[in-house]
Design a protein around this ligand. Structure first.
Ligand code: UD1
Ligand code: CA
Length: 450
C-alpha cells in the first residue's frame, strides 16, 4: 500500500512564549521539526507533506528539498490543518500517516508499526496510544467495556472521570486516505472554536468502524513539546538516546548525564568523553581520543589519539596526536597538524600550526602559518591587526620564538631563525638569524651548534 506522511506544524506554539516558531527551537542541535521529518520519512518511505502557517517561511528555509508544504491560513485546529492537504493528496495514496511536528521523539520504528497495523485493519484508523503517569495535557482514550477504542476526549473538555484515565492519545494516526478526505469536512466546531482531528475517532466508532491501536511502551517517545519545561524533558531524553548510541558503538562516556552530543556529530571507537563536555554541530572525532572534562567542541574535526583537556574549539581542525589544554581556545580556521602541543591559555585563529609545533603557554596566534617543529614560547603574540586591517605572519620551520615576542604583522621569520625574549619584530627575519630588542635587529647568524 502507498503511504504518505502529513506533519501538522501550523500551530502558533503560544505556550512556548517565544519569538521564534516552536518547531524551530533546537533539540539535540537541530530544529525540533527535523526529528519529526526524519521519523515520518523513514516510516513512510517518502518525503512528507507539512502543514505550516502563512508566515512560517523560516520553517521552509530550515528544511531540505523534497518536502511539500500546504498552508493553513487560519488556525482552526488539527482537523482543519489536516484538511488543507486534501487538494494535494486526495486520490493519490492509500494511507495517510498524520503526526504532529511537536512530537519529535517518536521513533521511525514506532510509526512504521502503526502503518503496518493500519495495513491490516479493516477499519479506517489506527492510532498510537500510551499509558502514562503524567498526562501532559494529552487527550484521553475512552474505551468500551469490550476494550475497543470509543473516542478521544480532549483534556479541556474532559469530566473528572475522563481526566482520571491514564491512557492517552499520542497524536499520531494512520488513516485510510479516502475515508480521511471524506470525513474531515464532517467535523464540527468544538466549544474552543477548533476542528479536532481527534473527533474522527468517535465518528468512526459511531459508524461501527474499527479503530486499531499501537501502544507505545517507551516513555521517552511520548514527550510532546508545548512548553519550555517539555523542551527540557525532550533534551534530557535525546541526550540519553544519543549517548546510548555512541556507547553501544564503542565510545566511553564517563558521565552521560553531563555529556551533550549533537545528533550530527560522529565519534570513533575507544574515544573517551569526560564529564561536562559538549560536542556540538557536525563535529567529527576520530578514535582513541580523550575529550574533556569541561570542553566545548563545535563544528570541528579531530583526528585519532588527540587530547582536548578543558578547552574550547569552534570550527577548528586537529590532525592526529594533537594535545590541547587546559584552557586552550581554538577559533574558526585553526588547523593544528600532527603532533602539535598547545598548553594553557593559548588562542589560535585562522592559522596553521605545522607538525610538531609547541605552543606551551599563554600566546595568541592569528592569521599565521607556523612551520614544522617551531617553538612558540610563553607570551608570544602575533600583532595581526593594525586597527584597520588584518595582516599575515609567516614563520618557517625550526624557528624558536622567544618569550614575550611581539610579531608585528605583516612579517616573516625565516627557517631556523630565533628571537630573543621581549623582541618586537617589525621587519622580516632572514633564515638562521638571531634578532633581539625593540624594534628587533639582527645580531648574528646562527651556527649549526646554536
Ligand atoms: C493534540 C491532540 C491531543 C493529543 C496531543 C498529542 C487534538 C485536538 N488534540 O493536542 O489529543 O493528546 O496532540 O500531542 O488534535 N496544529 C496546526 N494547526 C492548528 C492547530 C494545531 O497545524 O490549527 C498543529 C500544531 O502545530 C501541532 C499539532 O498540530 O504540531 C498539535 O497541535 P497542538 O495545539 O499542540 O495540540 P495538543 O493540544 O498538543
Ligand atoms: Ca502539542
Amino acid at each position: 500500500m502507498t503511504c504518505v506522511s502529513l506533519i501538522l506544524a501550523a500551530g502558533l506554539g503560544t505556550r512556548m512564549k517565544s519569538k521564534i516558531p516552536k518547531v524551530l527551537h533546537l533539540l539535540g542541535g537541530v530544529p525540533i521539526i527535523c526529528w519529526s521529518v526524519q521519523s515520518a520519512r523513514e516510516a513512510s518511505g517518502s518525503d512528507p507533506v507539512i502543514v505550516i502557517g502563512p508566515e512560517q517561511h523560516d520553517v521552509r528555509a530550515t528544511l531540505d528539498l523534497g518536502i511539500r508544504y500546504v498552508e493553513q491560513e487560519e488556525r482552526l485546529g488539527t482537523g482543519h490543518a489536516a484538511s488543507q492537504a486534501a487538494g494535494l493528496l486526495q486520490g493519490k495514496v492509500d494511507l495517510v500517516l498524520v503526526t504532529s511536528a511537536d512530537m519529535p521523539l517518536l521513533r521511525p520504528g514506532t510509526l512504521r508499526r502503526l502503518i503496518e497495523v493500519q495495513e491490516r485493519n479493516q477499519g479506517p484508523i489506527s492510532l498510537l496510544t500510551a499509558r502514562v503517569m503524567k498526562s501532559r495535557g494529552f487527550g484521553r482514550i475512552k474505551r468500551a467495556k469490550d476494550g475497543a477504542i470509543q473516542a478521544i476526549i480532549e483534556e479541556a473538555h474532559a469530566n473528572d472521570e475522563e481526566l482520571a484515565l491514564c491512557e492517552v492519545n499520542v497524536g499520531a494516526y494512520c488513516f485510510q486516505a479516502d475515508w480521511l478526505w471524506d470525513h474531515l469536512p464532517g467535523l464540527s466546531l468544538s466549544a474552543k472554536g477548533e476542528y479536532y482531528i481527534t473527533d474522527l475517532i468517535g465518528m468512526a466508532t459511531s459508524a461501527e468502524e474499527r479503530v486499531a491501536w499501537v501502544e507505545i511502551e517507551d516513555d521517552d517517545e511520548i514527550i510532546g513539546i508545548n512548553t519550555r519545561e517539555h523542551l527540557a524533558e525532550a533534551h534530557d531524553a535525546i541526550r540519553k538516546r544519543i549517548n546510548q548510541k555512541w556507547m553501544l558503538a564503542g565510545v566511553t562516556i564517563l558521565d552521560p548525564t553531563t555529556t551533550y552530543i549533537d545528533s550530527q556529530a560522529e565519534i570513533g571507537v575507544d574515544t573517551t568523553i569526560l564529564p561536562n563536555t559538549n560536542i556540538e554541530g557536525r563535529t567529527i572525532v576520530g578514535e582513541d581520543c580523550v575529550l574533556g572534562p569541561n570542553s566545548v567542541i563545535l563544528e570541528s574535526r579531530i583526528g585519532d589519539h588527540c587530547k582536548v583537556f578543558m578547552s574550547v574549539m569552534t570550527r577548528a581542525i586537529l590532525e592526529n596526536e594533537v594535545a590541547i589544554g587546559p584552557f586552550a581556545h581554538l577559533r574558526p580556521g585553526a588547523y593544528l597538524c600532527q603532533g602539535v602541543h598547545m598548553g594553557n591559555f593559548g588562542e589560535v585563529k585562522n592559522s596553521t600550526l605545522g607538525p610538531g609545533v609547541k605552543m606551551g603557554h599563554f600566546s595568541y596566534v592569528g592569521d599565521a602559518k607556523i612551520g614544522k617543529n617551531s617553538n612558540i614560547s610563553a607570551g608570544v603574540i602575533t600583532c595581526n591587526f593594525d586597527g584597520k586591517e588584518k595582516h599575515p605572519t609567516e614563520v618557517g620551520e625550526d624557528v624558536f620564538i622567544g618569550s614575550d615576542t611581539m610579531l608585528v604583522a605583516p612579517v616573516r621569520l625565516g627557517k631556523g631563525s630565533r628571537t630573543g625574549a621581549g623582541s618586537v619584530v617589525r621587519r622580516d627575519v632572514p633564515e638562521n638569524t638571531l634578532v633581539v630588542g625593540i624594534p628587533a635587529r639582527a645580531i648574528r647568524k646562527l651556527e649549526e651548534s646554536d
